[in-house]
Design a protein around this ligand. Structure first.
Ligand code: CP
Length: 307
């Protein structure tokens, strides 16, 4: 059974096909309105979410299907000690496809091994977030015209930022990508991603703590939130949370065609004054997330023989 747990589960060709489908959905939404009639997605969210859960639900509704699920562990039988595997087997009796978010790394993989329907990783702890990556890639392709030959700066919490980890993995397979890692010392990208992804794939990268110094080099700036929920103590979080706050002043040295991205939610890291800047793409990412999830649901249901 085909699932999406890690962005590398899909080839570049498959990702490009998803982007093409999403673009076609954007251009011809009515043509897709009944594609998933009588199909159901179960959204199993053991951790808070606004965009990912509701975009999966909106995606299935816009394909003519239905949704069921829960938005917190406490309202499911996980609160009584039910295992991920038993939950996945149970939901396989009710739905055609599962989108799961869980605070534990690897939980969606465990679910995929037990389920008899496709499982989509909607974010697992500080590990991966492949559908955010699909939304990011669709956004980059729409903003830049193609996914190659650009310098991308990742700024903020690169240690726990699962969206960063997944997007770096994905971009390592495209041509001419250069990466600038901007973070406080304590929140640097994990060493295994530098060695196993960037160095292994020969992606040029630099590391710095100074956002303004590297701003003129960037074609894409991917801001991230310092994630309170991943810290072991409040003191460290409070010390690091405002390490980077993007303001109009800090963009003075930026390229005119810079794309400013953020997976959201934001707290303080992008000033609201930037929302009106034509280079701000973060709410476009939100909308693109719905369209690429529509394309993903179609792909996985077709491959599972359910469409
Ligand atoms: N980008 C993202 O995963 O947002 P949510 O946590 O609101 O789903």
């Amino acid at each position: 059974m085909r699932s999406l747990i890690d962005i590398l589960d899909f080839s570049v060709e498959e990702i490009n096909e998803l982007i093409d489908t999403a673009n076609d959905i954007i251009a011809h939404p009515d043509a897709y309105a009944d594609c998933c009639k009588r199909k159901k997605i179960a959204t199993l969210f053991f951790e808070p979410s606004t965009r990912t859960r509701l975009s999966f639900e909106a995606a299935m509704l816009e394909l003519g299907g239905s949704v069921l699920g829960f938005s917190e562990a406490q309202s499911s039988s996980a609160a009584k000690g039910e295992s991920i595997s038993d939950t996945a087997k149970t939901i396989s009796c009710y739905a055609d496809i599962i989108a799961m978010r869980h605070p534990k790394e690897g939980a969606p993989l465990v679910a995929a091994r037990a389920a008899s329907i496709p499982v989509i990783n909607a974010g697992d702890g500080g590990h991966n977030h492949p559908t955010q990556t699909l939304a990011d890639l669709l956004t980059i392709s729409r903003e830049k015209g193609e996914i190659k030959n650009f310098t991308i700066g990742f700024c903020g919490d690169l240690k726990f930022g699962r969206t960063v980890h997944s997007l770096i993995s994905a971009l390592s397979r495209y041509e001419g990508i250069r990466v600038v890692l901007i973070s406080p010392e304590e929140l640097k990208l994990p060493g295994y991603i530098k060695t196993d992804v960037l160095e292994k794939k020969g992606i040029p990268y630099t590391q710095t703590t100074d956002l303004e110094a590297v701003m003129p080099e960037l074609d894409v700036l991917y801001m991230t939130r310092v994630q309170r929920e991943r810290f072991f103590n409040e003191e460290d979080y409070l010390r690091l949370k405002d390490s980077y706050i993007l303001t109009p002043q800090k963009l003075l040295g930026a390229k005119r065609d810079l794309s400013i991205m953020h997976p959201l939610p934001r707290v303080n890291e992008i000033s609201v004054a930037i929302d009106e800047d034509p280079r701000a793409c973060y709410f476009k990412q939100v909308l693109n997330g719905k369209y690429i999830r529509m394309a993903l649901i179609l792909k996985l249901l077709k491959e599972a023989g359910r469409l």
